[in-house]
Design a protein around this ligand. Structure first.
Ligand code: OOB
Length: 551
């Protein structure tokens, strides 16, 4: 069954909507969908090339055979903790090997990792726990000067369903926290239990969101495996590939575009960067002879400056992928000459559709477009405000459906209805121009979202928090253009008394458990909000004001 899937009582709404049967058989016939399970990726390579290096994390290195042994151990241990097929598990880890171990172990059990970002705090995690009914939560001890153990204990107290908290690092002897180390020691026969079906829910990704709270994106074994495979073919990955994971592993870009899954599927080596600093990354490229890596646009000028200054040996690097936000054409043109590698632009979304420039595209296309869809099965429409297709070259909203694009959000039927057409196209909210070659240029956005250098901020979500501030009577968050990040956030507030400063607001949001990157970069107070003729806050007028906003 490929349509609606549910583990709920009959009569309840399904958790998520799968592909219509007609599309599903088309994708199978075309060979996009196979019966490959995500949990088998490492197992297969361990049989083919046991000695080859699969994973590098600092001084720790795993051959495929060693990685396979560890994944098997963690799988048994998680089974021993009671995790079963269909269980949701929040994984909030930085780029450490344990992410990879836990993720594949969960796949083997048919359990579903929920990809939280390391920067998420109580507000976001509590929401994920509530919506998914997660039964476990995997955290680091501390990361980026934040103690995740105390947050985990809080979540466990608030959400009864969260029975297990697993800590990578020092669990501090806390009785409710299971040290990850204990899972790695396990040995014995493989756990029994029903294996997952390729059409099962395999993971839940977070959407940038557009209406209040982050929405969850259901991805199945077959669509996610296809995503990784198709991207890996275009990037020509093979056993000689060495991929450096710079951006968070939890991000779809890093995980499967082609990222970690594409590289491991091809028998290559994945190297984890402990932080996104250019010095760290460039040293790792030199030391590990990295051939492919991926960054967001704000990192590009820093990489160029670092390379110029320290002159590392980057001769191994074949391709630098850049995506998640619009890369300015001028930066794009500097990458080839200054880093000595090929640029690949990546325009993707957790919801599915992935666009890549090709390795043999003309220089001009690579520097000025954000790529074209990776699959012949991707259907793309560019439409005007009334939903009518616009001619090539004209700007319009990008709509899409295809073999690895969702058909609806997880447990969010109302949101789903608002973001899909009758005939199943996902409304991306991105404004693009399509060239006759099929390449897309991203020229704007119709969704109420701010893209802060690749980090997506849902305006409504932040506005709801701002309105909870006692001094704030009305609030609107908009993007202001920024030379470094592309966009920064400006909060316009109408206040009853003295307006809070940006620092006051940041402290207030932190207190509410909101991730720090969502705090407005600037706060401006207004006597009243500009309104549209129908009485909504006029964000266009506010955006115009940001050009004069004092820092
Ligand atoms: C990636 O995924 P998300 O889910 O964090 O964000 C998706 C949104 C897109 O709808 C678009 O608004 C924006 O991010 N975006 C870009 C872009 N790549 C993504 N806007 C302009 N130029 C680009 N190259 O961001 C993502 C997922 C997989 C691979 C790469 C990025």
């Amino acid at each position: 069954m490929d349509s609606a899937r549910s583990r709920q009582a009959p009569g309840d709404a399904p958790d998520w909507q799968g592909w219509p049967p007609e599309a599903a058989s088309r994708y199978r016939d075309a060979g996009y969908w196979t019966d490959e399970l995500l949990g088998d990726i490492v197992r297969r390579q361990a049989a083919a090339r046991p000695e080859a290096t699969a994973l590098v994390d600092g001084e720790r290195r795993w051959s495929y055979a060693a990685l396979e042994r560890e994944i098997a151990a963690v799988t048994r241990a998680l089974h021993g903790l009671g995790l079963r097929r269909g269980d949701r598990v929040i994984v909030q880890l930085p780029n450490v090997a344990e992410f990879v171990l836990a993720w594949f172990a969960l796949q083997r059990l048919g359990a579903v990792p929920v990809h939280a970002m390391p920067a998420h705090r109580r507000s976001e995690i509590d929401h994920l726990a509530r919506v998914t009914g997660a039964v476990a939560y995997v955290v680091p001890d501390r990361h980026a000067r934040f103690d995740h153990r105390s947050l985990a204990v809080e979540i466990r107290e608030a959400r009864n369903a969260v029975r297990r908290v697993i800590v990578v690092g020092d669990a501090g002897g806390h009785p409710d926290l299971v040290p990850f180390e204990a899972l790695r020691q396990d040995d014995g026969p493989p756990p029994g239990g029903e294996p997952p079906d390729p059409g099962d829910l395999a993971l839940l990704l977070l959407s940038g969101g557009t209406t209040g709270t982050p929405k969850l994106i259901p991805r199945t074994h077959r669509d996610y495996a296809y995503n990784a495979r198709a991207a890996a073919e275009i990037c020509r990955l093979g056993p000689e590939t060495v991929y450096l994971a710079v951006l968070p592993i939890a991000f779809n870009f890093t995980m499967s575009c082609p990222g970690i899954l594409g590289t491991l599927r091809a028998g290559g080596t994945v190297v984890l960067a402990p932080n996104p600093s250019p010095a760290t990354a460039l040293r790792l490229i030199e030391r590990e002879r990295v051939t492919l890596t991926a960054v967001n646009p704000p990192l590009v000028p820093h990489w160029l400056a670092e390379a110029e200054e320290t002159r590392p040996d980057l001769t191994s690097l074949r391709v630098l992928q850049v995506g998640a936000a619009r890369l300015p054409d001028e930066w794009a043109r500097r990458i080839g000459p200054e880093l000595g590698c090929r640029l690949q632009q990546v325009f993707g979304m957790a919801e599915g559709l992935l666009n890549l420039t090709r390795l043999d595209d003309a220089e001009e296309i690579v520097c000025t477009t954000q790529g074209r869809p990776i699959s012949p099965g991707d259907e793309v429409r560019v439409t005007d405000e009334d939903g009518r297709p616009v001619p090539d070259g004209a700007a319009g909203e990008l709509l899409t459906r295809g073999p690895y694009t969702l058909n609806g959000y997880y447990r969010a039927p109302r949101h789903t209805r608002a973001h899909f057409t009758e005939d199943g196209y996902y409304r991306t909210g991105d404004l693009v121009r399509r060239l006759p070659s099929g390449h897309l240029r991203v020229v704007g956005r119709v969704k109420d979202q701010i893209n802060r250098g690749g980090e997506k901020i849902d305006a409504t979500e932040v506005e709801e928090h701002l309105l909870a501030h006692p001094a704030v009577a009305s609030a609107a968050l908009v993007a202001a253009p920024d030379g470094e990040l592309g966009e920064r956030t400006v909060a316009f507030l109408v206040c009853a008394g003295p307006p809070p400063s940006a620092r006051d607001i940041a402290a207030f949001l932190r207190e509410r458990g909101v991730a720090a990157y969502k705090a407005p970069d600037r706060v401006r107070s207004l006597r009243e909000m500009p309104l549209t003729p129908v009485g909504k806050i006029d964000k266009r007028a506010l955006r115009a004001l940001t050009h004069h906003a004092a820092p």
